[in-house]
Design a protein. Structure first.
Length: 366
């Protein structure tokens, strides 16, 4: 009899309660698609934020995975689709809220921005009765961010640009560094948070966030897709939500950086690129040559420091000043890839030596 009581107590302690979101009640071990009203369109019809909530049979944390906060950055949408194929609520401990198209307006229009030309990722925390961007930001904050203890937000480069898959985290957080290592992207970038961004708002609400940058706008990229799916699964395993290997039994020293710079076209013309994202470069390494329409008067672009190319322009026709390469400074290259006894040791030997600088978009550099 005692054994039966003990088993019942254990089941009661580990079984999840129903998950309530908006007007829906989701039973443990099930999943549901939820549409949360956001605003009214010009047609008079309501627009809605679509979420898939996977509520595990066992208790655990609540995590969100979001994509397309910039509407043309669609790589995260297909990452979420693949995750939904791989995961099941019956085997899950905790809850995952999937948001495959946060910027519902830009997603439908194949645009980075909302119809009012605002950047959703500079509009948090938003307001219930504010602008269109403010309403959408407020909706996502209320129904998703404030419900979760961790977020994974997936981005890509802009149109005609490609980003090496990279995890970006707020500087100064050992916990986020640990999760970033569990994710396993080619490089970890640390930088101060941008005011108005989802990550800055989540940080204020004590919800840590990982941001994956991978691939190109309006394109699906197999490498970026594979890194995204595998990384999210490793993080879920690392925090105990699924039964799987997190890849950290054998710890290797990662590439890490907290300073980066854009290399710009010295003249207008046509670019002959000799380097691409993922290449390791030395200070003075040749990146590209920009010449005139007839190939005349070519000017060389070189790397300003030792590091890794984390993004490059894919369009060869350029104006003077166009951002062609994004290079992350890496000064601890000698230890990269070597075995470490623990995550703490790997983080210690790969710690960037300089204070972090703000990570800017290509159109924000002076």
């Amino acid at each position: 009899m005692l054994a039966v009581v003990t088993i019942r107590q254990m089941n009661a302690e580990t079984s999840a309660e129903p998950f309530i979101i908006h007007e829906s009640r989701i039973a443990p071990g099930t999943q549901a698609t939820i549409a949360i009203p956001v605003s009214q369109q010009v047609t008079g019809l309501n627009s809605a934020l679509s979420l898939r909530v996977m509520h595990g049979a066992r208790r655990g944390p609540c995590v969100f995975v979001s994509a397309a906060i910039h509407g043309d950055e669609i790589i995260g949408t297909t990452v979420i689709q693949r995750l939904l194929e791989r995961l099941s609520p019956e085997m899950l401990a905790g809850t995952i809220i999937f948001a495959p198209a946060v910027n519902i307006y830009g997603f439908a229009a194949h645009s980075r921005y909302l119809p009012d030309r605002r950047d959703l990722n500079r509009s948090f925390p938003g307001a219930e009765h504010g602008s269109l961007a403010a309403q959408l930001a407020h909706c996502f904050l209320t129904h998703v961010i404030d419900r979760c203890s961790l977020g994974i937000d997936i981005h890509s480069a802009a149109v005609h640009r490609y980003n090496l898959p990279q995890i970006r985290i707020a500087s100064g957080s050992p916990y986020l560094s640990e999760l970033a290592m569990a994710f396993g992207a080619p490089i970890i970038i640390e930088s101060p948070l941008r005011p108005g961004s989802m990550r800055a708002l989540a940080h204020e609400r004590e919800t840590p966030m990982l941001l994956l940058e991978a691939g190109e706008a309006l394109r699906f990229d197999r490498f970026a897709l594979n890194v995204g799916v595998a990384g999210v699964l490793r993080v879920l395993a690392h925090i105990g939500m699924i039964d799987a290997e997190d890849g950290l039994e054998d710890v290797h020293v990662p590439l890490r950086s907290n300073r980066s710079s854009w290399v710009r076209a010295p003249r207008g013309g046509v670019t002959r690129r000799v380097r691409k994202s993922g290449d390791i470069v030395k200070k003075g390494s040749l990146l590209a040559v920009v010449g005139g329409l007839f190939g005349e008067d070519g000017l060389e672009l070189v790397s300003p420091f030792d590091g890794v190319i984390i993004g490059h322009a894919t369009l060869p026709v350029v104006n003077q000043g166009d951002a062609l390469f994004h290079i992350a400074e890496v000064e601890t290259m000698d230890a990269v890839g070597k075995d470490a006894r623990s995550i703490a040791d790997a983080m210690a030997v790969s710690q960037p030596p300089h204070p972090p600088t703000t990570l800017l978009d290509e159109d924000e550099v002076l």
